[in-house]
Design a protein around this ligand. Sequence first.
Ligand code: PMP
Ligand code: GLN
Length: 382
Amino acid sequence: LTSRLPAVGTTIFTVMSALAAEVGAVNLGQGFPDFDCDPELVNAVTLAMQAGHNQYPPMPGVPALRQAMAAKMEALYGLRCDPNTEITVTAGATQAILTAILAVVHPGDEVIVLEPCYDSYVPNIELAGGKVVRVPLVPGSFRPDFDAIAAAITPRTRALMINSPHNPSGQVWSAEDMRRLEALLAPTDVLLISDEVYEHMVYDGQQHQSAARFPGLAARAFIISSFGKTYHVTGWKVGTVIAPAPLTAEFRKVHQFNVFTVNTPMQHALAAYMADPAPYLQLSDFYQRKRDLFREGLAQTRFRLLPGQGTYFQCVGIENLAVAERDLPEGEFCQWLTREIGVAAIPLSAFYGNGFDQKVVRFCFAKKDDTLKAALERLARL
Ligand code: PMP
Ligand code: GLN
């Protein structure tokens, strides 16, 4: 059998979570909360099931959830979108991204990714037969390099993938960045796949600059969100994709033969829960407190803190640690850190096609304060 994805093994998140469980390490690797969601949300699922919402919903998703998303997009970002023709409920952002790529990328089309990037992007493009064009974010700052992006665009460029707030760096694009992107794409037919799953985790007074706010971007974009991140339910695997009607029509052609539709009771529960905007409006404050606690703790260690104003990830440099293992490749260092120090992390090299090693690892701080303190105590020994 010839593999469709010869370069791909098991994802680093699965590998590190399995290792953390095996050796009993504090798991700051894979991104997910170690605390539960609001019980009211769980209750809403029970109520939906008891009300008989247990059969297929409409293919694009439960209407009430699409209407709630449309209202939110207008209130937060000023985007008017039609829930019937422009919003589709997906099995998390992962399926939204793959389906969007399969829907628009023809064999041989070029798709630009900005490295480091989330691990599913490149294999997704390859499955569609597309050609991956890698443009680095500026080393160190992880800021977009618009000259490099402009230079990478050719007549064969079908799409550009962006992700702000950014996994793994936590970097957040400014309004000026989005305006520059809008101007850069204006004379082109390049589509935009905007992965905004961390939209409600932005710190230090910054604001999330959704592609939805910029008409020239929204008109060519698949805007992707994930309830898993926003409501502390990563295991539910429910997200949405918002795109202009012609793009949504193509998306749904693939979606209907991919998953057809997404579990019904969770969609009803999410629709009911969205009536109150407080949970997502307060999420940045909730996580900024955890981030500050974690950063203050790390500042007392030899880890070097990297900048970042969003997501639930904190990257650190390991070059100043007082242990010889700091010189190991990042991946081996993370294995050692998990086994010997009892804290799991993700090597940044996992987000690069060529395994670029810059002696930086990523921690997830979506954890109980006690979990973060236990990890910090161990990290302080290095
Ligand atoms: N994009 C990014 C940048 C992510 O970090 C994640 C979560 N790992 C996803 C997409 C996938 O989100 P979901 O769990 O909703 O599929
Ligand atoms: N997005 C999560 C992360 O970056 C992991 C999701 C997954 O395991 N695929 O850690």
